[in-house]
Design a protein around this ligand. Structure first.
Ligand code: KG4
Ligand code: ZN
Length: 344
């Protein structure tokens, strides 16, 4: 099989229109991200209809810009990869239809990619994977511990039973009247505060690698409401620092325990919340000096981008996975089902 495949990837699952071109699965030739955050800020969150409209406006320009960045034409590309799910259905459809049109017009193979597989594979742009590896995926929609024994295989060994970590960050931020997206705002504030409040940590049953953040989110919201009613002043930076400490403690402790139990060679962190300074520091403290290699992608590869879809798409392509012209957006695509399908 040819080894220097050039994959053009499209990602439109949420509020970033992104296109990237990659060679050999790891060599990034173009990485363009058109963010819509400014348009959603005044609504305090992503408005699906607005997201779809922006994607439609941006998609062609973004594809052209990526080709220009790589000094290529579409004829130099071997296959088109696209995020097929999970995500917002209207947003995903724009990317899927753009990818299908391009692949059909130029008779290129088409590869569907799971968004979370993409977040995990963002790390491979920095360092080659060594199996078995454990990935902590923490984003706006996901909090999962995923065990990988080989390329393209994903076993979910723990997941959130309610809110995702990023979702808890965004909701707490809204209560603190911070702008959207709230995660980076709380992270910044937490650096200036002190841990003065002992918020709960949901460890769940012994040995479980599942997570739960809704109790913590409610505890923070109640604390703020009670303080307001009693005219008591709580320093927002201390609330942020205490909330962050609680999230980070559970995430880093469970990741460390799972990594040891499964005797993994690498631990990789993925998703928007991987940008969190507190989480990065706690994980570095736990893993430094040990036998397990900790990989955390640079900030630009933590949040949504298409380089990660190209990296995961290359593996799916090399494993022979091809999507048909009936490829559809799947807002609740399951990672383990996707992995099983990729291998068949
Ligand atoms: O992976 P991502 O870009 O989109 C999804 O697939 O969800 O993640 C976005 C999430 C948002 O909830 C955002 O608040 C959170 O990642 N986030 C952070 C930080 N940067 C982004 N959360 C905590 N600390 C950060 N520094
Ligand atoms: Zn994401």
């Amino acid at each position: 099989m040819k080894t220097n495949e050039r994959i053009l990837a499209i990602e439109t699952s949420c509020d970033e229109t992104a296109v990237a071109i990659i060679e050999n699965g790891r060599n990034l030739l173009a990485n363009v991200v058109a963010s819509q955050i400014e348009s959603h800020k005044r609504f305090g969150g992503v408005v699906p209809e607005i997201a779809s409209r922006h994607h439609i406006e941006q998609i062609t320009i973004t594809i052209e810009e990526a080709l220009e960045q790589a000094s290529m034409t579409i004829d130099d590309i071997d296959a088109i990869a696209v995020t097929e799910g999970p995500g917002l259905v209207g947003a995903l459809l724009v990317g899927v239809n753009a990818a299908k049109s391009l692949a059909f017009a130029k008779q290129k193979p088409l590869v569907g990619v799971h968004h979370i597989a993409g977040h995990i594979y963002a790390n491979r742009l920095e360092k080659e994977f060594e199996f078995p590896l454990l990935s902590l995926v923490v984003s706006g929609g996901h909090t999962e511990l995923i065990l990988m024994k080989e390329h393209g295989s994903f076993e979910v060994i723990g997941e959130t039973r309610d809110d995702a970590a990023g979702e808890a960050y965004d909701k707490v931020a809204r209560t603190l009247k911070l702008p959207y997206p709230g995660g980076p705002e709380i992270d910044k504030l937490a650096q200036e505060g002190e841990v003065t409040i002992d918020f709960p940590r949901a460890w769940l049953e012994d040995g479980s690698y599942d997570f739960s953040f809704s109790g913590l989110k409610s505890a923070v919201i109640n604390k703020l409401h009670n303080a307001r009613q009693k005219n008591e002043h709580l320093k927002p930076e201390d609330v942020a620092a205490s909330f962050q400490e609680s999230v980070v403690d559970v995430l880093s402790t469970k990741t460390f325990q799972a990594a040891q139990e499964h005797q993994v060679k690498q631990v990789i962190v993925a998703g928007g919340v991987a940008a969190n300074k507190g989480l990065r520091k706690a994980l570095e403290e736990k893993f430094t000096g040990g036998e397990i290699d900790l990989l955390i992608p640079p900030l630009s590869l933590c949040t949504d981008n298409a380089a990660m879809i190209a990296a995961a798409g290359t593996v799916a392509y090399q494993q022979g996975h091809r999507a048909g012209w009936d490829l559809n957006a799947n807002p609740s695509l399951n990672l383990e089902h996707y992995a099983a399908r990729s291998k068949s």
